[in-house]
Design a protein around this ligand. Structure first.
Ligand SMILES: [Zn+2]
Length: 320
């Protein structure tokens, strides 16, 4: 049985993210409940629900991996400081904590460093993170307000190229007050051409913009484009046919050896447990109507492809 590898997951702690991020989180939860005719108390969400997501030591993450039979996870922080106000703990420190977490669990965890490229010294920090700290790749979240083709981003990408590491970038629309336009998949166009030798993972299969990602992927065959399907846990329940179609089209574009399973957890896990998400994917080969999938394709998706990818980068237990 090939391994199960989650290529997109986070560690969250209260003081690692801006207060505005948590405010948005509460607002979203309130509105999602309202839509279903339920009234929830924002204070209760803040006081009793939010803290269940906080896991600065990674203890909860490891327990959930065990329970869901996930063999390996790629973990990173997120840098919304310039966009939403600085959190108590600087992103550079969060990167270091996640590096330590990887060092304590080398077989189970790979660690990507993250930074907003507009930060002073961003390229130098990534040089340290990928060099001296031997972190496994770079994670970017353009919704903070920068483009992949901005000059500052290119400076950081030049450093990633020197170290020969992969890049995972958010694509698809995002909640307020972050900006969706920066993570539209069309913004992959320039970097895929200018950094043809770099492997890029387009996160979330671009959510509702998957057709635009398909349009890019269909043409940029001679680039390092990979795709992760993290964050579709809710959508797959509401629109299973749309998900199957998106997955089939993208798989046909980039190849099943470049499509990766992911969760984006802890964000989804409490409402849409990982076990359910994995089960839904495992059942795809049983589909009798188009689009259909082979067992081999789904095994690749759940971890076979990611194992080969991490092996290429000497990351985790999959190094040669
Ligand atoms: Zn994420």
């Amino acid at each position: 049985m090939p391994p199960i590898i989650d290529i997109h997951s986070h560690l969250w702690a209260e003081d690692w993210l801006p207060e505005t991020f948590w405010d948005a989180f509460v607002d979203i939860a309130v509105r999602q409940n309202e839509k279903r005719g339920k009234t929830v108390d924002p204070e209760r969400i803040r006081e009793s629900y939010l803290p269940t997501y906080w896991d600065p030591t990674g203890e909860k993450l490891l327990t959930r991996m065990e329970e869901a039979n996930i063999d390996h996870q790629v973990v990173f922080g997120v840098d919304f400081g310039l966009a939403l106000g600085e959190p108590e703990t600087p992103v550079q420190e969060v990167n270091e904590i996640i590096r330590d977490f990887r060092n304590d669990n080398p077989d189970r965890i790979s660690a990507f460093a993250t930074i907003d490229p507009r930060r002073e010294g961003a390229a130098d920090h990534i040089d340290t993170a990928l060099g001296e700290w031997e972190m496994d790749g770079l994670k970017l979240h353009p919704t903070a307000g920068f483009y992949l083709h901005d000059e500052e981003t290119y400076e950081v990408l030049d450093v990633v190229r020197e170290h020969g590491k992969p890049v995972l970038t958010d694509t698809g629309p995002v909640f307020a007050p972050l900006y969706s336009k920066y993570s539209h998949p069309t913004n992959l166009d320039e970097v895929l051409s200018d950094f043809q030798d770099l492997d890029f993972i387009a996160a979330h299969m671009s959510f509702g913009w998957w057709r635009d990602l398909h349009a890019i992927a269909d043409n940029k065959v001679n680039s390092g484009l990979h795709v992760d399907i993290s964050g579709w846990q809710a959508e797959v329940k509401h629109h299973p046919e749309e998900f199957a179609k998106a997955l089939r089209w993208l798989m046909d574009d980039v190849g099943s050896d470049r499509m990766f399973f992911g969760t984006d957890d802890p964000a989804f896990d409490p409402v849409h447990p990982k076990e359910e998400w994995i089960e839904t994917l495992r059942e795809l080969p049983e589909r009798e109507v188009e689009p259909t999938f082979t067992t081999e394709e789904i095994e690749q998706l759940l971890g076979g492809a990611a194992a080969a990818f991490l092996e290429k980068y000497d990351s985790g237990p999959y190094s040669q």
